[in-house]
Write a protein that binds this ligand. Structure first.
Ligand SMILES: *Cc1c(COP(=O)(O)O)cnc(C)c1O
Length: 792
């Protein structure tokens, strides 16, 4: 390993060891690791070709990958070797690992799910490709200026990306606009504008290096040659125009996963990567099959949300316009290949395109969508329309073009059946299935939490890393004093490290013995960070009223980004920072209460915070969080959850036991009923002196003395239209927090409850999730390739 690192330093980077920076060492290490992956990767590809195995194609606008060095080293079993090599070379391994920028090609849970799936598809030996966009700028970088969120462009690609292989030979022409000619019963699309999609491949090797798949990300290039004539005339801008236009398509990730944003460019991005992926998989299929009618036997395409839903019409277009199949047969064949994962019930997040826009950008697809709509009507009269009120409804399109539609938690799937797709569900009663989300145990315990991971391995061996259900054995240790002490000591160590980091990055001293209460996720009204900060103020009030009472010291930790155009979410961030400033400087409460909000939450920060958490905040309005995966990461790392009956919280609570979960709040059904009660928010506020007091303080400017009316709108909104029922759940939340305080004061009971959480989370491995997709949706075998030798 040492030699390979030195070789890359010298031959690939052109650097001399004596004059190399930590960046150079990191890139050299990454290249050395990548070399080791390549053999597994080639072998897997060869085997897939030879056995003509069915392939899974996972289409996702987002892959929230984070850093790869440690993950790849861990999967290859090379962590110790890499550490030793760098140490011998006089380098600090941890600093080298930390040098890697996060690949933040996603907004949140949806993108992170895709990244976890890539790990498991490889670990289970399922031949698979992830397809997405190679954004030049991933999710924006967040800073706080006077408590306000400020966004700047994130630039992970300004450095060399050592993981990827550029594939200039893999190129597809992607058309936009233009017109369609019909003659002799055939359609001919003449696009007005064309860009090239070029491929960049990142090998993804699974646990113990047994199998390697490909993450193929598309980058946009101009299709026309550089305009030398304009350039020579001195018109440099005109010369570069087509290039600039083309590159725009893969330039930025849309900074919002819940609103319909960016219209035309967004639609072009979706079509760009979907069409390139479909053309690529068809080319691969046709390279060793003759009959396109066999496609469904060899190809399973999964749509991660509706963003790639144009895959249905694109497949139909290629099969009917280029391979001459009749339209109805093309529709049926496409359907047998496609599965659609629904991620949200929020009406504003269900994609819709105005027919004017869609027809302008994709004229042939609009015709095909009409044909699909008519085909559905002919077979099922009265079925919901894809085209309605001058809009193309991508949810309906995805549903109708998929042979399976899945929700991402048991509760969410039931709500998909009874709300957004109730009519389609009645027509197709077996199409909707559930696949509760999962997380990869490698990243979310094995690598991110060494103290706990080592303790578990000492106790039950290391089989749990590949088979997380093995953690169940830890249930027998919940009465074992000595083990509980060791379990608490591991948490304590993580908390000490986090406290040091908080001191360095935020300049706030926190006590590692205080309860670390953590809410990290996108900032959104339905996730209710607002309720958390209101509860913080209420607790602060009561501590000040009786500073000598028996309090459980708390550190409230927040992390998360707001979409740049989401005004209320940005106000919530501002409020949290304003409240933090006041509370952290209050000598009366001192160490009893601190509020910390480190800027720029990302995967790396999650890996730092989650192992150190005591309490996990999963407090969304019931019925709004489709699944959540943050909730799983925390429970696996031995945090107790305070949460509502929402998303996967329901199943987590069933697995860890209701006595080991702090439940509060209205149920999804009660939420719907409550919204029908006239003036429910005002009534709830008036019935709660505690909440009224907090809202009065905030509205009066107690936390924003320089601008006393700053939060009039936010507080007024709670009185008038508290759609997410912060006010109705507040008292129940506050009381449950005090119950958590009490339990925390009895440390050993807390530790036993936390251990039950860790021990019971095996089911939430994405191993179980991927096996479910493989069995119920893709009809592929999860080949246990345990027999395969590791060939290094
Ligand atoms: C897991 C994860 C999420 C999803 O968190 P939720 O609490 O489920 O919303 C979002 N962002 C990052 C960086 C994550 O690691």
């Amino acid at each position: 390993m040492k030699e390979e690192i030195l070789r890359h330093l010298c031959k690939s980077l052109g650097k001399d060891a004596a004059h190399s920076s930590v960046h150079d060492w990191r890139v050299a290490l990454s290249l050395a690791l990548r070399d080791r992956m390549v053999d597994h990767w080639f072998r897997s590809t060869r085997e897939t070709y030879e056995t003509r195995a069915k392939r899974v194609y996972y289409l996702s606008m987002e892959f929230l990958i984070g850093r790869l060095v440690e993950d790849m080293a861990a999967n290859l079993g090379l962590v110790e070797e890499a550490r030793a090599a760098l140490t011998e070379l006089g380098q600090d391994y941890d600093a080298v690992v930390l040098n890697e920028p996060d690949a933040a090609l996603g907004n949140g849970g949806l993108g992170r799910l895709a990244a976890c799936f890539m790990d498991l598809l490889a670990s289970l030996g399922i031949p698979a490709y992830g397809y997405g966009i190679r954004y030049e700028h991933g999710l924006f970088k967040q800073d706080f200026v006077d408590g306000r969120q400020v966004e700047t462009a994130e630039t992970w690609l300004t450095q060399r990306n050592p993981w990827e292989f550029e594939r200039p030979e893999v190129q597809f022409r992607i058309g936009f606009g233009g017109h369609v000619d019909h003659h002799d019963g055939k359609a001919y699309w003449h696009p007005w504008e064309t860009v090239l999609a070029t491929a960049y491949d990142t090998p993804v090797v699974g646990w113990q290096g047994k199998w390697g798949n490909t993450l193929r990300l598309w980058s946009a290039r101009p299709a026309s040659k550089f305009d030398l004539e304009s350039f020579n005339r001195g018109d440099y801008l005109a010369a570069g125009r087509s290039e600039a236009l083309a590159r725009t398509i893969s330039r930025v990730l849309y900074p919002d996963d819940t609103t319909e944003a960016g219209k035309e460019l967004r639609l072009k991005q979706e079509y760009f990567f979907t069409a390139a992926s479909i053309m690529d998989l068809l080319r691969r299929f046709l390279s060793d099959h003759d009959d396109i009618r066999e496609l469904p036997q060899y190809v399973a395409i999964q749509l991660n949300d509706t963003h790639p839903a144009i895959a249905g019409p694109e497949l139909v277009r290629l099969m009917s316009d280029e391979h001459n199949l009749p339209m109805d047969e093309a529709i049926e064949l496409a359907r047998r290949c496609l599965g659609y994962t629904n991620h949200t019930l929020l009406p504003e997040a269900l994609e819709r395109w105005h027919v004017g826009l869609l027809g302008r950008v994709l004229p042939r697809h609009l015709e095909i969508i009409r044909a699909i709509d008519e085909d559905q009507q002919a077979r099922h009269p009265g079925s919901p329309r894809i085209l309605e009120h001058d809009h193309v409804h991508m949810g309906e399109l995805a549903f109708i073009m998929a042979h399976k539609v899945n929700g991402v938690s048991a509760l969410h799937t039931e709500l998909v059946k009874s709300t957004v797709f109730s009519d389609l569900h009645r027509i197709h009663p077996t199409r909707i299935v559930n696949q509760t989300n999962g997380i990869t145990p490698r990243r979310w315990l094995h690598t991110c939490n060494a103290p706990l991971s080592n303790l578990i391995t000492r106790e039950i061996g290391d089989g749990w890393v590949a088979d997380l259900e093995k953690l169940k054995a830890l249930n027998q240790r919940t009465g074992d004093r000595e083990f509980l002490d060791a379990f608490s000591a591991a948490k304590r160590q993580n908390k000490t490290e986090l406290a040091d980091w908080i001191a360095q990055t935020c300049g706030i001293a926190v006590d590692p013995d205080a309860m670390f209460d953590v809410q990290i996720k996108r900032i959104h009204e339905y996730k209710r960070q607002l309720m958390n900060i209101l509860e913080t103020v209420a607790l602060w009030n009561e501590m000040r009223d009786a500073p000598d009472a028996e309090w459980t010291p708390r550190v409230k930790i927040f992390g998360g980004k707001a979409a740049p155009g989401y005004h209320v979410a940005k106000q919530i961030i501002h409020l949290i920072n304003d409240v933090a400033r006041v509370i952290n400087n209050d000598p009366v409460t001192g160490d009893l209460l601190k509020v910390v909000f480190p800027a720029n939450y990302n995967v790396t920060m999650a890996e730092r915070l989650i192992p150190a958490a005591d309490l996990s905040e999963q407090i969304s309005t019931a019925g709004k969080e489709a699944s959540g995966t943050g909730n799983m990461k925390f429970a696996l790392n031995g945090a107790l959850t305070i949460g509502t009956l929402d998303g996967a919280n329901v199943e987590i609570r069933e697995h860890v036991g209701s006595e080991n979960f702090f439940l509060f709040g209205l149920t999804a059904r009660e939420v719907v009923e409550r919204r029908h009660v006239h003036g429910y928010a005002r009534a709830a506020i008036e019935a709660s002196p505690r909440l009224s007091r907090v809202l009065g303080q905030i509205a009066d400017g107690q936390f924003s003395p320089e601008d006393s009316s700053r939060y009039h709108g936010l507080v007024g909104g709670l009185y008038d239209h508290d759609y997410f029922l912060v006010t109705c759940d507040f008292d129940s939340y506050f009381d449950t927090q005090r119950r958590a305080d009490q339990v925390y004061r009895n440390g050993s009971n807390w530790a036993a409850m936390a251990l039950r959480n860790t021990a019971s989370m095996g089911w939430f491995s994405s191993d179980r999730t991927i096996r479910g997709y493989a069995r119920d949706i893709w009809q592929v075998d999860a080949v246990d390739r345990a027999g395969l030798e590791m060939t290094a």
